[in-house]
Ligand binder design. Structure first.
Ligand SMILES: C[S@@+](CC[C@H](N)C(=O)[O-])C[C@H]1O[C@@H](n2cnc3c(N)ncnc32)[C@H](O)[C@@H]1O
Length: 196
């Protein structure tokens, strides 16, 4: 049985396809952080992790929230560098429909969706909130439908954390140091690889 690894990163990136690919950290609302998280979620030296599903909601102006999901099993043609990943986000924003989810490029899905809707749709999964003050991951029995939630360069807001706890999320920690979100994803992938 394949155990799928779900990751959610809250993003403050912009929600217009008018992205300056030369300014991902600035005018694109830290889209560089999001691109690095996607890189960490999927890439191995010689391939893509097919058992990863990456979720994000873009919260930047002018049209939030925009939900994007990337599925490793269907993902094609994306290269691991930040600029190329951003091109696929740009295509998703260009092709997005207001009324229904579409697959903008192979393995990349886009639609309008709130955080609450995302949690409700995935409530069959085992939710884990990544937070420095949580229980050490080494002491947690990770379930077989794991779904990890992280902030980007900013933490999740209190109301989002409260909502996660209503959905019985477990707060887990990778240690007392505060790591970059993309590094957290690499650590989790490594940790789960070791457990397999
Ligand atoms: C760069 S940190 C957030 C930045 C910082 N906390 C702030 O808002 O100023 C990005 C995310 O990584 C996760 N994170 C970082 N270090 C962690 C740790 N030691 N254990 C668990 N999660 C961690 C948290 O989910 C956090 O929201």
């Amino acid at each position: 049985m394949t155990i799928y690894r779900h990751f959610y990163v809250k993003s403050h990136a912009i929600t217009t396809p008018k992205i300056n690919l030369k300014d991902l950290p600035g005018s694109a609302g830290r889209m560089d952080v999001l691109a690095r998280c996607i890189n960490s979620a999927f890439w191995l030296s010689y391939g893509i992790r097919k058992n990863v599903i990456f979720h994000t909601i873009l919260h930047g102006e002018p049209n939030p929230p925009v939900y994007i999901r990337i599925e490793g099993e269907r993902l094609r043609k994306m290269a691991p560098d930040e600029r190329n990943i951003a091109i696929f986000i740009k295509k998703a924003l260009e092709r997005m429909r207001e009324d229904k989810e579409i697959e903008s490029t192979p393995g990349v899905f886009v639609c309008k969706k709130s955080f609450k809707e995302l949690l409700e749709e995935n409530k069959d999964k085992d939710f884990y909130l990544l937070t420095e003050g949580g229980k050490n991951i080494k002491e947690v029995n990770i379930g077989n439908k794991p779904f990890f939630f992280l902030g980007d360069y900013k933490d999740l807001e209190e109301k989002e954390k409260e909502l996660l706890y209503k959905y019985k999320a477990t707060p887990i920690s990778l240690g007392k140091k505060s790591y970059l979100s993309s590094h957290c994803i690499t650590i989790i992938n490594w940790f789960l690889d070791e457990m397999e």
